[in-house]
Design a protein around this ligand. Structure first.
Ligand code: ADP
Ligand code: MG
Length: 711
């Protein structure tokens, strides 16, 4: 038979008909590699061969026996066909029974020898028998078995694809593939006791001992995380070889600004700012993640950094994921200017799909046309540009861009950066801000290419948000409480579930209809029946951006008391007077999402509240929602959520930027530690990480990069 490569289509495997190939493809197995990566989820131990006289009830046994007799009959309802055989070895006899497999009479011929593996059970006459044991012809030449007399792999089965069939196919594939070239350096294999690649595939499917299967499994889990670590190192290296502007900070000047702020920066804000300013000073591009709990005050840190750049004549951009947020940041900057009244106040620009504003000195704000805005940026007439990600990347050409801040998006690929290149081909310094709480081990792996600044405390005087799970019978009480709060001047958010939970089974359109209806219904109910005396507003993704902005602005000005919204409101919105976050269908949101919602309140001096409405009585729901109450901060919550749900669910693609990465491996602290150690070992030996002598590794790395498609 022709030898196959891993990339080959499974239809090239001989011996299996197209029906089978079709079924395999239906469960996503297209290539030989897919097939070999279809790992068993457990093994049954049929390795011990017993004499019939020795066997006892409830054992998993393999016997080597001759068919003494065989009969086929129907059950008394005449529905089930029963094949019954008497098996015999030198020491005794035992009955074996199969249901609905009439074809067995053509295989299990009287007088022939087979291996039989199965569980020993009792029949209705209290005699032991083997219930549908697996049978296998004894291969006297190779003395090699697949289904009996060994650890037998059990696969996840679908109709027409039994474990037995899958074993046969995989065994054939293992025999048919060309020998694979190892890509993990041998010293690493040895150091961590991983089997070699060809061996690994054999051992994970057909191990002789469980420990062998485990070693293979560990190796496969290691692969992706190891590649990720190398990828991170390479990213760092690439950036280190690039040039950026050295932007200096005038400390006396900065101190004066800090003194004029309406609040004192927290210790960790100061520290983060200091780390950023030091990076700006370097001639290499900064690549930093500013991580801080919701409401910890990341914006002011980035704003001060932008000011430093402007003072040095460099342009900065601040990119936000939504228009609402971009406008909010723009207003924050304007306010900041107000407080600090600089001598040479930078010119500020806002660029979103419906807003093009330039804010000059002396409070002059002009609405401008896009061409003019672009020209002003190109001529270095606008120093700080705030807008949405997409728009800035698509439309703007800079004069001397020195600093890029991305809010609420972790990753920013090299190509995305290249699109922001300035004329001199210098790479701008880059800062990413995120409130997604991630456990430290995870953070160091997923964001291993970034340096990290952590804002670990909230500004002084913030009161913890009182969080309560509200069952249906307490709904009215909660409404009354909200009434009281609004009467004394506070405001409330009401969140209804919505599309973005990508793992929902309904199709997207259904959910869209359903959810918008939810917000609309809720809005109608609250404005007409529950809170007719107050002003209720509504916000969701289907509104035009102009409408959205108007509503947000009204809410900020307290012209709207209650804002009913979808998860649009999730990131970043800052309305310090809002003290109530009420979440409908709380069980339908992820914990980190709920955490983000709650972070919308508790931003001012007033006591704030978060009400989680749920009709669900399920225990996991309770556990998860209670975790939100118990956790002292986002990181603690992250640890809990990680344990409850695993990182795959905790961190969606949106958070990690890694759609396909095997998230399971990220749970395993030892694995992460080993993979980092191993990658560093490589780095030491090969400081350029060019892998000239390991083409296989290079290929793997390229594939990996494509797979996680960061760019
Ligand atoms: P986030 O880190 O979630 O983006 P923001 O930057 O929106 O948080 O800040 C939340 C609120 O806290 C804002 O209203 C901001 O003005 C305020 N704030 C920031 N730093 C401080 C501080 N050191 N003391 C008091 N209030 C602060
Ligand atoms: Mg923010």
């Amino acid at each position: 038979m022709q030898k196959l490569d891993l990339e080959n289509d499974i239809s090239l495997l001989t011996g299996f008909n197209t029906k089978i190939t079709f079924k395999l493809k239906k469960i996503g197995i297209n290539t030989i590699l897919d097939l070999l990566k279809y790992f068993p989820f457990r093994y049954e131990d049929f390795s011990k061969i017993y004499n019939i006289s020795e066997i006892e009830p409830n054992q998993n046994v393999t016997i080597q026996a001759k068919i003494k007799s065989l009969k086929v009959h129907r059950s008394w309802q005449r529905k089930i066909i029963i094949v019954e055989a008497i098996l015999e070895d030198k020491t005794g006899q035992i009955k074996a029974v199969w249901f609905n497999q009439p074809f067995l009479k053509n295989i299990l011929k009287v007088g022939k020898f087979f291996n039989f593996s199965g569980k020993v059970s009792f029949d209705d006459k209290n005699e032991i028998y083997l219930a549908h044991p697996i049978y296998e012809t004894i291969d006297l030449v190779n003395n090699e078995t697949k289904h009996t007399a060994r650890l037998v792999p059990i696969y996840s089965e679908t109709k027409g694809l039994t474990s037995k069939l899958i074993r046969n196919i995989i065994k054939t594939a293992l025999k048919t593939i060309k020998p694979l070239k190892e890509w993990i350096p041998y010293e690493i294999l040895i150091k961590y006791n991983f089997p070699e690649i060809n061996q690994s595939f054999k051992l994970i499917h057909f191990p002789n001992k469980l420990s062998e299967a485990l070693r293979a499994k560990k190796r496969f889990a290691f692969e992706d995380i190891f590649l990720l670590q190398i990828y991170n190192l390479k990213q760092k290296l690439n950036l280190n070889n690039q040039k950026s502007f050295s932007i200096k900070t005038d400390l006396e000047w900065l101190k004066k600004i800090l003194a004029k702020l309406p609040f004192e920066l927290t210790f960790s804000q100061k520290k983060a700012l200091w780390e950023i300013l030091q990076d700006l000073n370097k001639e290499k591009p900064m690549n930093r993640l500013l991580q801080g709990d919701v409401g910890s005050g990341k914006t002011i840190v980035s704003a001060l950094s932008c000011l430093v750049c402007a003072k040095n004549g460099y342009q900065s951009v601040l990119m936000a994921p939504t228009e609402v947020l971009a406008i909010q940041h723009y207003n924050t900057f304007k306010n900041l200017f107000n407080y600090i009244s600089l001598e040479n106040q930078p010119v500020l620009g806002l660029l979103t799909s419906s807003n093009l504003l330039i804010f000059y000195e002396n409070d002059v704000e002009s609405k401008v046309k896009k061409d003019f805005f672009k020209k002003e940026v190109l001529n270095n007439k606008i120093n700080i540009i705030i807008g949405t990600h997409a728009l800035i990347q698509k439309t703007i050409e800079f004069n001397n861009l020195g600093f890029v801040v991305v809010d609420e998006q972790h990753r920013f690929g090299v190509n995305q950066r290249a699109a922001l290149l300035n004329k001199k081909n210098y790479i701008p310094h880059f800062l990413s801000m995120s409130a997604t709480p991630i456990p430290r081990t995870l953070m160091l792996t997923i964001f291993g290419d970034l340096d990290i600044s952590l804002i670990s405390e909230l500004p002084k005087g913030r009161k913890p948000i009182i969080t309560k799970i509200i069952s249906p019978e307490n709904r009215l009480k909660a409404y009354n409480f909200i009434k009281e709060q609004i009467k004394i001047g506070r405001q409330a958010f009401v969140i209804c579930p919505r599309i973005e939970s990508s793992n929902n089974e309904l199709n997207k359109e259904d959910i869209l209809k359903l959810d918008i209806k939810n917000v609309e219904e809720e809005y109608k109910k609250l404005s007409e029946k529950i809170f007719p005396e107050f002003k209720v507003g509504m916000l969701h993704g289907k509104l035009k951006s102009k409408e959205k902005n108007e509503i947000m602005q009204k809410f900020k000005n307290n012209e709207i008391n209650i804002l009913v919204s979808t998860s649009v409101i999730e990131v970043g919105v800052d309305v310090p007077n809002a003290t109530i976050m009420m979440i409908e269908g709380a069980e339908r949101f992820g914990l980190s999402q709920l955490y983000q919602f709650r972070g919308r309140v508790g931003r001012g001096e007033h006591q704030s509240y978060c009400f989680l409405f749920t009709d669900s009585n399920s225990k996991t729901t309770r556990l998860r929602l209670e975790a939100l109450i118990k956790a002292k901060n986002g990181f603690e919550l992250a640890e809990i959520d990680l344990k409850l749900r695993g990182p795959g669910e905790f961190l969606g693609e949106k958070q990690t930027g890694f759609p396909d990465l095997s998230m399971k491996g990220l749970m395993d602290v030892e694995l992460i530690k080993n993979s980092r150690e191993a990658a560093n070992l490589l780095f030491k030996k090969n400081p350029q990480l060019d892998f000239k002598n390991n083409k296989e590794l290079l290929k793997k790395l390229e594939e990996f990069q494509k797979r996680i498609h960061l760019e």
